[in-house]
Design a protein around this ligand. Structure first.
Ligand code: AMP
Length: 542
């Protein structure tokens, strides 16, 4: 039996799930679906976006709807227009094989008349933002008397946004509801109060830890002087060529200014802020969703409810003051089981905040060195070369030009061609980064930065690195898989270069751009000496 069928969902819904490619229920789905299908149990789900919560309430709702009755039976209230549209779209695909169920999204910033007209057609599920819903209730354009199920999605965000009275109003006006389902990423006292005041002995389910950041997120931070913040941002973007990211700023003015500067410098970025009309916002979001723009820069308010698949990086241009805000920001990446990176650029005086964040999110934060100009060029170079090698040549009629090409390049070596291609592609990077400043605040490096060091010390400072167990020390070598090594050939390379015996080496941990090698403490000095002149080793542990 299909895992979703086992939870009690009907054939049509299971068919839609199969079409969507969901193979197994997520934890919140597993716990929520059987309970919600009863239709009479109140429910509190502590789950962040990205956990599959929309499906967790969406499928049971669709199954509970009585198709022969054409009045609102379910009401989903959520904080933003974006989320409202997202939920409605999700419901559309969930009900693909279920006939006779109609949904309508009602939200502000757009014509109410059209929404009123659509509601009159006989809609059973209404997805609404609080403000517009109240407006519709006051105009008597929506009848809540027969609503049996009320879902409050992202309840904490709604309360943060000041919708408390609106939620009270809605709950007081749905007097015939049989159950209330509340979803929230966090459980502040205000949310607890709603469950206390309006729900009857709710079944409470938590997925992940309360207030915990998603485990698939790698939290990284870079310490930069305030006047280097912008340059650091640029470097991090350049250092991550495949980045598809959202940058958060505290103020609208920052978002606008940074976007303008980056656009001038040739970056693919647009800003999302409160001054945009709804139509402009939609356009920006549309372009970002289609990946026609690589980066979105936004304030927290403007980014509320954004749910975009495949975001690889979230960047905090500055750390938010509020820890809850950090969780919301970082939750824009690593959705649906994917991994993601949340980068924070912070000032040395703010590192205490990182400790607070670590404590509260229960996640480890990694301090990394800001890449040097050289690091950036290298990374871009290999990224380009990877793309070159992966280019699909199966569709073009390249054969036609082959003879001419052969002739043209008859006296040019492969090395020269590669160099020319690289020059063509990288000239601007090389020029820009040729004399790039080291943005790391060397004076402030602490033991911790060393333990998590990514790139090693580019300034030729004395060796440092990670502590290894059992009499070994770990050495950092700035060569990795992208340099054409694999473990065995790398081991051989080390032995050849250092004249050491294989027995003195421990684990080798190879990454794309660098590696860590365990070596008997007594022999470490010898290895450094034999290789240091070649500026290969940049770090050693104590
Ligand atoms: P949500 O938490 O509702 O924002 O869902 C996050 C993402 O997870 C959405 O893009 C869903 O399509 C996806 N999703 C939901 N349930 C599953 C599942 N059981 N298996 C795989 N992906 C899922």
């Amino acid at each position: 039996m299909n895992a979703f069928e086992a939870l009690g969902l009907n054939t049509q819904l299971v068919q839609a799930i199969t079409d969507l490619g969901f193979e197994n229920p997520t934890p919140i789905q597993e716990k929520a679906i059987p309970v919600l299908l009863s239709g009479t149990t109140d429910f509190v789900g502590l789950a962040q976006t990205g956990t599959g919560k929309t499906a967790a309430f969406g499928f049971p709702l669709l199954q509970l709807i009585q198709v022969d009755q054409k009045h609102p039976q379910a009401l989903i209230v959520c904080p933003t227009r974006e989320l409202c549209l997202q939920i409605t779209n999700d419901l559309e695909s969930f009900k693909k094989h279920s006939k006779g169920i109609f949904t309508e999204a009602v939200y502000g910033g757009t014509s109410i008349t059209m929404q009123i007209r659509n509601l009159k057609k006989g809609v059973q599920i209404v997805v609404a933002t609080p403000g517009r819903l109240i407006d519709l209730i006051e105009r008597k354009a929506i009848d809540l008397q027969k609503v049996k199920y009320v879902v409050l999605d992202e309840a904490d965000e709604m309360l943060n946004m000041g919708f408390r009275e609106d939620i009270d109003f809605v709950l007081k006006n749905t007097i015939n509801r049989e159950s209330t389902w509340l979803f929230s990423a966090t459980m502040p006292p205000e949310v607890r109060a709603i469950s206390k005041n309006y729900m009857d002995n709710p079944k409470e389910v938590t997925v992940g830890k309360k207030n915990t950041a998603n485990v698939n997120i790698d939290h990284q931070f870079y310490v930069a002087a305030a006047h280097h913040r912008y340059e650091t941002l640029k470097r991090l973007v350049d250092f991550n060529p495949g980045m598809y990211g959202i940058i958060f700023t505290r103020t609208k003015a920052d978002a606008q200014e940074i976007a303008e500067r980056l656009v001038k410098e040739g970056y693919d970025i647009e800003a999302l802020h409160g001054d945009l009309t709804q139509q402009q916002r939609d356009k920006v979001m549309g372009r970002f969703r289609q990946k026609s723009i690589q980066l979105l820069i936004a304030t927290d308010v403007a980014a509320r409810g954004i749910d975009v698949e495949g975001v690889t990086h979230v960047i905090n241009f500055e750390l938010p003051d509020d820890i809850e805000v950090y969780t919301h920001r970082s939750g824009r990446t690593a959705r649906a089981g994917k991994t993601g990176i949340c980068i924070s650029i912070c000032h040395s005086r703010e590192t205490f905040k990182i400790k607070q964040l670590e404590r509260i999110t229960n996640a480890q934060f990694h301090k990394l060195d800001i890449p040097t100009g050289k690091d950036v060029c290298r990374k871009q170079f290999f990224h380009f070369m990877d793309k070159l090698m992966q280019a699909d040549t199966s569709h073009g009629d390249y054969e036609t030009y082959m003879d001419d090409l052969q002739e043209k390049f008859a006296h040019v070596s492969k090395e020269e061609v590669l160099q020319r291609v690289a020059a063509l592609e990288f000239d601007h990077f090389l020029k820009y980064y040729e004399n790039a400043e080291d943005l790391n605040r060397n004076d402030l490096r602490d033991r911790r930065s060393m333990d998590n060091n990514r790139g090693g010390d580019q300034s030729g400072r004395p060796a440092y690195g990670n502590r290894a167990d059992n009499g070994y020390t770990r050495l950092f070598i700035n060569l990795g898989i992208k340099d054409g090594f694999y473990k065995a050939s790398f081991l051989q390379f080390i032995l050849d270069e250092s004249n050491l015996k294989k027995e003195v080496l421990g684990k080798i941990d190879m990454r794309d751009m660098n590696s860590w090698v365990e070596i008997d403490k007594a022999e470490a000095g010898k290895m450094i000496k034999s290789m240091d002149g070649k500026s290969i080793i940049t770090g050693q542990s104590g």
